[in-house]
Design a protein around this ligand. Sequence first.
Ligand code: DUC
Ligand code: ZN
Ligand code: ZN
Length: 470
Amino acid sequence: MTTLIKNGTLVSATGRHAAEVLVDGTTIAAVLQPGSTLAVSAESGAERVIDATGKYVVPGGIDCHTHMELPFGGTFASDTFEIGTRAAAWGGTTTIVDFAVQKTGENVRDSLEAWHAKAEGQCAIDYAFHMIMGGVDEAALKEMDSLVAEGITSFKLFMAYPGVFYSDDGQILRAMQKAANNGALISMHAENGIAIDVLAEQAAARGQTDPVYHGITRPSRLEGEATNRAIQLALVAGAPVYFVHLSSSEALERVAEARNDGHNVFAETCPQYLYLNLEDHLGAPGFAGAGYVCSPPLRTREHTHHRDLWKGLRTNDLAVVATDHCPFCMKDQKELGRDDFRAIPNGIGGVEHRMDLIYQGVVMGELTLERWVETCSTTPARMFGMYPQKGVIAPGSDADIVLYDPDATTEISVDTHHMSMDYSAYEGITIDGRVDTVMSKGRILISDDAYHGEKGHGVYLRRGLSTYLQ
Ligand code: DUC
Ligand code: ZN
Ligand code: ZN
């Protein structure tokens, strides 16, 4: 089927202009100048014409940090691949990169197969995998080469969660040396988990068991320290490093220093660190704060008031916005930690709201429209080896396209979201903009406030090496 999208403003990472987009089957055939002979003939030949008057036409969002069905703390993240990718589509995200998980002591290959089995045939949008390595041993290091060949070109290591996902400095160095050799990108969860466990145990022994102590026992200084340590290890190994879910000014400063020195050091942040804070959300009365327990934790009000993370997004010290989508319900899941914050499953769901929440940054004057597209789509595609198949509206690219309406509004609420969560971390926030139409590989998934997709439309993407490195 051919589709012409006309009368819209095409926004890319580098500019905006009036343009018509011709889609043929699953890919973009042409970007045409309105009124040109080619555009006129494309319209007469098109089987479907979409009028995008007043809308921004942008590449589909790419959320490169999700955890569908993640096993955590004796339960599982509540979104299946089916539900989570459908919710993503509702929010204008047309590709996710989820984290396949090797827990400490498990085999990497078996863990990956298990992840493929969860996702295959279930997804509404295309999906790819990073690999979490919960144990860097000889077998895992060997598997890294074969995984790169299979399109898993990035590996997440944890400096947190001793005994579950944790890697020590020697293991990190070895994985980075391997990455320096095979072109993979090491993604780092940078928090000093050994020190955090001591603080958490001491707090619990004092009877400080409320959700807010999850944040108090994970001070931002320990994110800054781990970030610096990982940078130094990466420099010794000669490998690039990418920090996931960067949450604090201290960590951002370490990244900025390394980047100013010309190093291949990159970072993402997440909407929760831009919008939510420790006192108002994690410290909410009663047990409500449990809904905001994630790691790294929400930072203090002072942190969010400084707006350092928005600034980092402007300067490119933060190159990407992802969600770390890891939803749990209050009932039966967050409640596991009613008597002890250490037992609250860590995570916030937000895959549906990323494009809207970051677009609100445009409305607030924090980012340009182009930077919105770049941080939410184009850079994730380049960073993780999916560009130009994804992340750009250009001939030959997948026809993953969002029409965004700046004149409509979106009110975020548990009553209207599509994630499998019995609360919303962003309840009541209103966005001055709205996802209007979502197309994935030429197929309309969302239009007229209705879902037209189906599970299995999304397929596994074999990623290439990052094309973002300096
Ligand atoms: N942080 C979370 O909040 N959840 C899952 C894993 C992680 O690192
Ligand atoms: Zn993490
Ligand atoms: Zn994560």
